[in-house]
Structure formats: C-alpha cells, structure tokens
Design a protein around this ligand. Structure first.
Ligand SMILES: Cc1cc2nc3c(=O)[nH]c(=O)nc-3n(C[C@H](O)[C@H](O)[C@H](O)COP(=O)(O)O)c2cc1C
Length: 429
C-alpha cells in the first residue's frame, strides 16, 4: 500500500464487514434515536437521522421504498400511473410555463451557509394557528388521490399521521372528509380545504362536517373557481370527476343529496351533473369570507393569493392566514412563480398573518429558501403523490421523511437550530 493512503478503504474489504457488526451498530444507533426522540405518535426532531437509518439500517429494510432523487421519483411515478391519471396529476395550465417558473424561482435562489455554530440540538417544531407540527411542513390539499393508489387519501392520512405532519384534506378527495379523519386517527393534525360552491348551504354543511370531525382550520382555495386550461387533460378529454373520482364529499353530503331527485348510487349521471353545477363558483368575492366567518370559529386561511394587495385585503377582512400558491401552475399559465410572489406579500403583511407557501417545493432545501423569504411554513404538493403512486402509504411516508431529513440537515449545515432563526440572511445576494 502506498504511503499516506492507509485511511482509504481497501476495496477488497469493503462490503465484507461482518453482518454482526453492522447489526450491532444499528441497534446502538436505533437505541440512541429512541432515547433522543421520545417517539410516540409522529416523529420528533433529529429528522436527518433518516439518512443514517438508510446507510446503517439492516440491509434488507434500510433502503427507502422510493428514490431519494425526486426527479427520478417523478419519472418512475409517471411511468407507473395510468396515462389519464399521469396527465391529470402532472398537468399545468397552457404551455406550463408557470409550473416550470415555480422550479426556476427556487433554483435561482442560493443559500449562504454559515459555519462554526453549534447546531447539535435542533428543534424544528412549528405552530401555525394552534396546530403544532414537528417541522414547518404540511401536505397541500390534492384531490382525487385514488388516481395514484386505491387507498388514496386514506393512505396519505395514515402516513402523515405516522410522521406527525398536518394534512390539508381536499374538498374533491376520493374519500369523504370523515373517512380521511378516521384513517389519520384522533391525534393527527388536519385542516380542511374548501372550494366555495354555488350553494352557501352546501358550504356551511362541509364546514360543519369538518368541524365535527376534528379539522382544526378551514383553507378556502380562491384560485380555482373554474378549472384552468390544461392541454394534457383536454387532449384526453378526461377529468376524474367525470368518472366518480373526487366527488365523495359531495355525494355523501345531506345538502347536496337533498337537491337530487334520486340518490347518487341510483343516478350517478345526474349527481355528476349536479356536482359540476355546484362545485366551482366564479362569483365568490371577499364578502364570502365574512359569510364563512359566521359559519365557523375555526381559523380560516386563504389559499391561492399572489398579489400583495390581495394579501392585505385578506388581512383586513379577517382571514387568519394565507397560503401563497399558484396551484402548482395549474390555473394561470404565465402567472408569477409562488416563490417570487412571497417576499412582496411578506412585506405587505409585515408579520400580521401566518404565511405559508406551496408550488414547486421539491425538498427540504427549498423549504429553507421559502422560510428565508418570509414563509412560516411550506406545503408539499406533487412529490407525496408520486410516493403514493409508487409505494402507497409507505411511499408517502418515505417522501415526507426525506423532505424532513433534508430540511433538518440543510438547516444544520447552514448554521440554524430553529426555524425562527431563518431569515433573508440565509440567502446569497
Ligand atoms: C393533482 C392535483 C390535484 C390538486 N387538487 C387540489 C385541491 O383539490 N385543492 C386545492 O386547493 N389544491 C389542489 N391542488 C394544488 C395543490 O394544493 C398545490 O397548490 C400544488 O400541488 C402545488 O404545486 P406543486 O405540486 O407543483 O408543488 C392540486 C394539485 C394537483 C397536482
């Protein structure tokens, strides 16, 4: 062996390390994790340990069930999905320039790591409007999840509950909001996303059902009162709602059913027609916010704002929080990237309201960039659906744990031990 090269592993011995040593190391490591994280339900801190879990875990079970490279995750998921489902999940509006702009906005920003700070003890715990999460991360509302896996939102709810992250359940879920709540269990943090229908009574019924089943906030999505122009879907003339997917909350609702001549099971075509009549409401204005306020004591967040004036109006009209979002580029092609809209909105609000962001988040480093630009938390969208498509509940859990791990490690490597420490100084330029 050449002098000075003793520290380099001898390739003939790599891989021949006795299994017993590896097993023992893992047991010690596992004990350390159990002692340090007080695991009950949900994960607590030390998320970066997921990487060590993968490297040091017993070989058979340590490899993550989905790729850690999210570009590969997306590619494999799209391959696995039925072509109609792949089109619906992947689609952006028009030429999809806004979907791409969401990514470019993250790529354009660079983190500026700081060194020589003690980052041993990290606490990512975040509370938004009374909902406490182990990290500043939630699951964006995504409808029709049975397109990715037959268990759809139920699998997602179980995975989110295991990890302890709040799930925002969609109005157009394949399962009812009651079934999703039951799947997550009573302890699981959850919010309900509302598309304001053309019938106020139906809105009130949805909100009452959400309140009765332990949803802790209402997220009203205001950017999708009509569906955007999505060539991928148009070319196939295919939408999940035409095939009984994403209509469960409506078909089960007493107000919705009262408007039908026959129950949805007996006349699904008429029920589907009625769904399309009531689901979107282009006449919604700020006055609806006042009506929603009368319907519930839960915190209300507005999802889908991009203009600082709209954010200020939301604050003035009594919203409790805002989710800056362009719906993953699915509504207005050419619209500003969510991340590019964030700083202006954060400035306009000057800390008055909790600020969340989605659209384009593809990992923990992205989350740090959004936190640096003024978000209090971020929401993860398509990536967990890719995980669902590839490995069901285990796939969603793995994706969530990967984002948490990268977030934790990126914070540590940039010199942060708590979310509150992250400000624009985390970014270069
Ligand atoms: C297939 C699909 C379905 C969606 N369904 C809903 C929905 O029901 N309600 C809602 O508010 N947003 C919905 N969204 C938007 C997401 O909440 C989120 O804003 C978007 O996925 C963020 O973009 P990204 O996935 O590219 O990060 C949906 C997005 C996708 C991809």
């Amino acid at each position: 062996m050449a002098a000075g090269s003793r520290h380099i592993s001898d390739p003939t011995t790599v891989g021949s390390r006795p299994d017993a040593t590896r097993e023992r190391r893992y047991q010690l490591y596992d004990l350390h994790i159990k002692m340090s994280s007080h695991r009950t339900r949900g994960l607590h801190g030390n998320f970066g340990a997921y990487a060590r879990d993968i490297y040091l875990g017993p070989a058979a079970s340590s490899k993550a069930p989905v790729p850690a490279d999210f570009a590969e995750l997306e590619r494999l998921a799209m391959e696995r999905l039925d072509p109609d489902a792949a089109a619906y999940i992947g689609a952006g509006a028009g030429a999809e320039t806004t979907t791409r702009a969401n990514r470019e906005a993250f790529d354009r920003r660079r983190l500026l790591p700081r060194m020589m700070r003690d980052v041993t003890g990290r606490d990512l715990t975040t509370t938004v409007l009374g909902t406490t999460a182990p990290a500043p991360l939630l699951l964006s509302p995504i409808g029709a999840q049975s397109l990715a896996d037959p268990e759809g939102e139920l699998a997602t709810a179980r995975a989110a509950a295991t990890v302890g992250l709040p799930l925002i359940a969609s109005s157009v879920a394949h399962f009812t909001l009651e079934q999703i709540a039951a799947a997550g269990g009573p302890e699981a943090p959850r919010w309900f996303q509302l598309y304001w229908p053309t019938d106020d009574e139906l809105a009130a019924s949805f909100v009452a059902r959400a309140e009765a089943t332990g949803y802790a906030a209402i997220v009203i999505t205001v950017d999708t009162f009509v569906h955007g122009w999505k060539p991928r879907d148009l070319e196939r003339a295919w939408l999940p709602f035409l095939h009984g997917i994403g209509v469960a909350n409506y078909f089960a609702d007493p107000v919705f059913r009262a408007a039908l001549v026959r129950p949805p099971k007996e006349d699904p075509a008429a029920a589907t027609d009625h769904f399309f009549t009531v689901q979107g409401n282009p006449s919604v204005t700020w006055d609806n916010l006042a009506r929603l306020r009368e319907m519930t004591t839960l915190p209300i967040l507005i999802k889908g704002l991009l203009h600082p004036d709209d954010a200020q109006e939301a604050a003035a009209r009594g919203a409790d929080g805002i989710i800056v979002s362009n719906h993953g580029g699915r509504q207005v092609d050419g619209a500003i990237a969510s991340l590019d809209a964030l700083a202006g909105i954060a400035d306009a609000l000057a800390g008055d309201l909790p600020l969340l962001l989605d659209s384009g988040v593809r990992g923990g480093a992205d989350a740090v960039k959004a936190l640096a630009l003024g978000a209090d938390a971020v929401c993860l969208g398509r990536p967990y659906i890719w995980g669902l498509a590839l490995a069901g509940e285990a796939g969603v859990e793995a994706v969530l744990r990967m984002v948490l791990a990268e977030l934790d490690l990126t914070m540590a490597l940039c010199g942060f031990t708590a979310v509150a420490e992250i400000d624009e100084g985390a970014l270069a330029g």
